[in-house]
Design a protein around this ligand. Structure first.
Ligand SMILES: Nc1ncnc2c1ncn2[C@@H]1O[C@H](COP(=O)(O)OP(=O)(O)O)[C@@H](O)[C@H]1O
Ligand SMILES: [Mg+2]
Length: 258
């Protein structure tokens, strides 16, 4: 199975925190899908994406099962990191090595087959579409900001690992352009799942999985019904980013900026 052919992952119901069966139709995640997972802290959002990351087979706290193209996943997906079709990126994802951006990506490229010669350049270019703070090819990865690091990790997963599914756990206000991430991953036929409290990311997603008490309470498909809200929230988000940046640069914010 080659990743570029795309895979569909299906999450099947398990049990909630009280041990009662969950009540939802199996959730298919196909190439190009964008989902967000919402719900209060402690409601089971991280547990849900963990199930996908480890290809749960009834062996996690939730008892869920995760299928690949309708069947139990091949062993290599679980055991071989180079064949693992999911990448999880969290607030805490950091590059610990003392390498430059180019060295870091080149090292990763050297462990992969069938990559184009310019994969390193392509990954940096993609990362720079996700962040406004330009990433220099010769910068040390350990010196990158949170937003730069997350952008680079997403681009690395997309371009070099060619991972079909990205799991992003609460990378809120990380200084990344969320709309760019959603649009470019969709165009590259990657599936992306955001665990998020961010209204803009939630509205950008095709589906919202609502969690409560360790279970999937509902799966919303708002379709076009939220398009006006999306446009308004986009404007507010843009304004918020601008104000955040001005405060960061030491300005006093006079008047009523919104
Ligand atoms: N279905 C479940 N059954 C049992 N424990 C669960 C279930 N879902 C989540 N948990 C546990 O509840 C705690 C909170 O879940 P977590 O996924 O971290 O919540 P969130 O990410 O929404 O804050 C964790 O210890 C997790 O292992
Ligand atoms: Mg969590």
């Amino acid at each position: 199975m080659r990743f570029s052919d795309g895979i569909t992952v299906t999450v099947c119901p398990g049990r909630n925190r009280d041990g009662r069966p969950e009540n939802f139709e199996p959730i298919d995640i196909a190439p190009g899908d964008t989902l967000s997972i919402v719900g209060p802290t402690g409601s089971g959002k991280t547990a849900f994406i963990n199930d996908i990351e480890v290809f749960a087979q009834g062996d996690t706290v939730t008892g869920r099962r995760v299928l690949v193209n309708g069947e139990a996943p091949p062993d290599e997906f679980v055991r071989n990191p180079a064949r693992k079709p999911v990448a999880m990126i969290t607030q805490n994802t950091k590059c610990l090595m003392d390498l430059t951006v180019t060295e870091f990506l080149s090292m990763h490229v050297s462990t992969r087959e069938n990559l184009l010669d310019n994969a390193v350049g392509e990954a940096i270019d993609l990362a720079n579409h996700f962040t406004g703070e330009g990433i220099d090819a010769d910068a040390r990865v350990s010196s990158l900001s949170g937003g730069q690091t997350r952008s680079l990790m997403i681009a690395d997963a997309v371009v070099i690992s060619d991972t079909p599914i990205l799991l992003l756990d609460e990378i809120e206000n990380a200084g990344i352009f969320k709309e760019e991430v959603v649009a470019r991953l969709k165009r590259r036929r990657k599936a992306v799942i955001f665990v998020t409290h961010d209204p803009y990311v939630s509205l950008l997603s095709d589906r919202r999985i609502v969690m409560r008490g360790g279970e999937v309470r509902s799966v919303l498909r708002p379709g076009g019904s939220e398009s006006e809200a999306l446009e308004r929230v986009r404007q507010i988000d843009c304004k918020m980013a601008e104000i955040r940046e001005r405060i960061r640069m030491g300005e006093i914010i006079g008047g009523v900026p919104l």
